[in-house]
Design a protein around this ligand. Structure first.
Ligand SMILES: Nc1nc2c(c(=O)[nH]1)N[C@H]1C(S)=C(S)[C@@H](COP(=O)(O)OP(=O)(O)OC[C@H]3O[C@@H](n4cnc5c(=O)[nH]c(N)nc54)[C@H](O)[C@@H]3O)O[C@H]1N2
Ligand SMILES: Nc1nc2c(c(=O)[nH]1)N[C@H]1C(S)=C(S)[C@@H](COP(=O)(O)OP(=O)(O)OC[C@H]3O[C@@H](n4cnc5c(=O)[nH]c(N)nc54)[C@H](O)[C@@H]3O)O[C@H]1N2
Ligand code: SF4
Ligand SMILES: [Mo]
Length: 689
């Protein structure tokens, strides 16, 4: 810490913790004075310690006047402050009645991104077990699990690009770390400066695309076809790693036969990426080793999501880039005590996620993708109550009009949040949780091969009557009569218990605020143990997929709503719409109310190419109406040559111009249940003409 600032204020305190303003989770030094956060800096002890714009806005988040400080109950059209006791009593009575009348499965508990891989998520799961509902879902219903599935089916484990190694080629495949993971961009830039080749596959010319050796401006939703086209070139030209393929893969011959259908010429037609670019990319990738691929979330958000990930993993495998330094590496998860309730674990086959058996098998939870159908259509049975912790589905789930109709029908909607979000406004009960700075969290993560576990520190006391999120569930559990299952008196005790199998103690974590590596980095572990698949090899051809009725080889399916699959829609909706591209200022629907961030990105915009804009009579800054078969929104046009002329892009998470009013909850990936957030059709018109 700079000495000068210490002198200025004797009462200033430094607390080391981890930023949770986005999923990257950098180490931060937070300075407080009289219970107020006054400054945030990067924490040198932590491997990720850049300070992005969101972290600088932490004081605005914590001390915002808009924070929820008391439990609220909907009375008439408004909310009334109530005590925690009354809130827990009300919820417990409702949950008990619903269970008696409809069974426990009539309650869905949904955990948003705020708590992924923390003790809070575990407590909520414990509560769900005790209540008896199989309908426990998380952010995995829309995020990262399609990748995990594609990886697990193919090579047994989740894989991630190893930026710490000396990659000679990096593919940013629908991934834009400049906005979505700034610290990783620094690492990529360093590798590129050392001569690594960079390939970017993106309908937009991102900052990295502009410095890339190859930028493939792909048609949204066709990544699977592109990967298969690259496989075609690599196999035809014999550019694969023969020994690895022979010893460690199954189904290569069938794959080789299968990808013959994906000639570069056919793939150009599907993807808009030229034959020459497909060939160059395939050659560059296969001959610059080691190479790693950053698989972004857009590859998951289409009907072929899991198959896309399978095809990309196949590329990595047959070129010998799996689990090598600088390639795509396997990092084991942290071994923690389970707090599932033995003997009371609900059968996921009875969950509303039943139609997605592979998702269930690997996620070990239900999915929220059929939630609105279950509420509105009572299929496969009615869902009567929904508890949402740390999520804002009214802005983040597809087809908002349908989400709203569904939520209006619920007998009980409870939202646990730190702000009065659009979703919270619909709730019968709103409970004030805390921000990550008002509690300790036990966090572990594997991004970029960093197998880190950290116990974060509380920086300030919970504001008003807000309650630490894990505790809310313990208290509600006690109120439901499950007291004997929630005996941990504080987070320290809970963390000690959870950490037991890891061999790491809480005391060690407290001494190491930058975290502890829970496993030593080991490459090519398969040489000893094989891969964690049924055959112990990389399953290019997957019998597991076949068993579940899915294509055993990665196969491209046209997006559910595209000019090819829905020619009937094209004259009315001629443009391709991708939604959800990240901006560094915000996290999904969060932080629009923090002044410094709002200043950076003041309003929602639609990115549109000047070529198409001029044909529609639209100038930069004009107010336009964007319409899809589900609904319409109005927002300003940002004319930019950086986007493909036939594609428009809108960020999600804006309350006034909610992209999910345009998206569809149908046409889902049959394996993961993920909706096609990234590949839809729309029409753009200037407002007022
Ligand atoms: N600041 C910030 N950071 C975040 C988040 C946030 O909301 N804000 N969210 C976090 C979460 S939960 C996630 S999942 C990640 C997501 O982060 P990323 O995986 O990086 O995803 P995006 O930024 O949505 O999109 C990346 C790029 O894909 C392009 N793209 C759009 N459609 C397609 C397509 O069909 N194919 C291809 N190849 N490219 C396409 C977009 O133009 C964009 O440049 O970010 C995380 N980090
Ligand atoms: N159209 C479109 N929609 C998308 C996507 C897309 O690309 N396009 N991306 C999808 C993806 S990948 C994801 S991950 C989801 C994200 O979807 P959500 O999980 O709904 O994400 P957020 O909008 O960040 O909502 C988090 C909520 O938790 C609250 N919160 C934050 N921290 C805490 C805390 O510590 N305690 C409590 N109690 N509350 C807290 C915030 O105020 C916020 O309201 O969105 C999905 N939706
Ligand atoms: S990238 Fe920014 S918001 Fe995300 S964890 Fe790091 S400092 Fe926080
Ligand atoms: Mo996500």
């Amino acid at each position: 810490m700079p000495k000068g600032s210490m002198d200025k204020s004797k009462s200033m305190k430094l607390i080391k913790t981890v930023c949770n303003m986005c999923e990257v989770r950098c180490g931060i030094n937070v300075y407080t004075d009289n219970g107020k956060i006054i400054k945030v800096e990067g924490m040198p002890e932590h491997p990720l310690n850049i300070l992005c714009v969101k972290a600088r806005a932490i004081p605005e988040l914590v001390h915002s006047k808009e924070r929820l400080t008391n439990p609220l109950k909907k009375v008439g059209g408004g909310f009334k402050e109530i005590s925690w006791d009354e809130a827990f009593g009300f919820i417990a009575d409702k949950l008990t009645n619903i269970k008696e009348k409809y069974g426990a499965r009539a309650v869905n508990i949904h955990v948003g991104n705020a708590f992924i891989a923390t003790q809070t998520e575990k407590m909520i799961r414990r509560f769900s077990d005790l209540y008896g509902t199989p309908n426990y879902s998380t952010g995995a219903s829309f995020c990262f699990l399609a990748s995990t599935l594609g990886h697990a089916i193919t090579c047994g484990e989740h894989i991630l690009p190893h930026y710490q190694g000396n990659s000679r080629c990096i593919i940013m495949w629908g991934s834009n770390h400049t906005e979505s993971g700034p610290p990783y961009t620094d690492r990529i830039n360093a590798l590129v400066n050392k001569g690594a080749k960079l390939i970017v596959i993106d309908p937009r010319a991102t900052q990295l695309a502009k410095k890339a050796n190859i930028h493939a401006q792909i048609r949204p939703g066709t990544d699977c076809a592109l990967a298969l086209g690259m496989l075609n070139v690599i196999i035809t030209e014999g550019l694969y790693a023969q020994t690895f393929v022979e010893q460690w893969t199954v189904g290569f011959d069938r794959l080789a036969q299968h990808v013959k259908e994906y000639s570069p010429e056919r793939v150009e037609e599907i993807t808009w990426v030229s034959v020459e670019t497909i060939r160059n990319m395939a050659r560059m990738y296969a001959t610059s080793k080691p190479a790693c691929i950053s698989v972004g979330i857009p590859t998951n958000h289409c009907i072929s999501g899991v198959q896309t990930v399978r095809a990309i993993t196949t590329l990595s495998a047959i070129t010998g880039n799996l689990d090598v330094s600088g390639g795509d590496i396997i990092t084991p998860a942290l071994w923690q005590s389970s707090i599932r309730v033995k003997g009371s674990i609900p059968d996921l086959e009875t969950s509303i996620g039943a139609p997605y058996p592979l998702f269930r098998r690997f996620a070990i939870e239900s999915t929220a993708s059929p939630l609105t159908e279950a509420i509105l259509g009572q299929k496969p049975y009615p869902i009567k109550a929904l508890i949402i912790a740390g999520g804002n589905p009214l802005l983040t789930m597809p087809n908002t009009n349908k989400v709203r109709r569904a939520f209006e029908k619920l007998d009980l909607l409870v939202v646990i949040d730190v702000f009065m979000t659009d979703t919270a406004k619909m709730a019968h009960i709103v409970l004030p949780g805390t921000t990550f700075l008002e509690r300790q969290d036990l966090r572990h993560w594997r991004q970029s091969g960093l197998s880190l576990v950290v116990a974060t520190n509380r920086v300030v006391e919970p504001v008003g009557n807000s309650m630490e999120d894990w505790k809310i569930w313990a208290e509600l559990g006690k109120r439901m009569g499950y007291g004997e299952y929630f005996l941990w008196k504080d987070s320290d005790e809970l963390f000690e218990y959870l950490l037991k199998p890891s061999g790491i103690t809480l005391a060690q974590l407290k001494e190491n605020p930058g975290g502890i590596y829970y496993v030593e980095r080991e490459f090519q572990k398969y040489l000893k143990d094989g891969f964690s698949t049924p055959s112990k090899k990389v399953e290019l051809y997957s019998e597991l997929m076949e068993q579940y009725g899915y294509d055993p080889l990665p196969t491209f399916r046209e997006p559910a709503e595209s000019p090819v699959s829905r020619p009937d829609l094209v004259s009315r909706y001629p443009l391709i719409l991708t939604t959800g591209t990240r901006t560094a200022a915000y996290l999904h629907s969060e932080y629009r109310n923090l002044p410094s961030l709002r200043k950076l990105v003041p309003e929602p915009l639609i990115e549109i190419n000047p070529q198409i804009a001029s044909s529609l009579g639209i100038a930069n800054g004009d107010l336009v109406k964007v319409e899809s078969p589900r609904g319409s929104i109005e927002l300003k046009a940002k004319l930019t040559k950086d986007i493909h002329p036939r594609v428009v892009s809108i960020q999600h998470g804006w309350s006034g111009a909610n992209a999910n009013l345009l998206t569809d909850d149908k046409g889902r990936d049959p394996i993961s249940g993920y909706p096609g957030f990234r590949c839809l059709l729309c029409q753009v018109t200037k407002v007022g003409v």
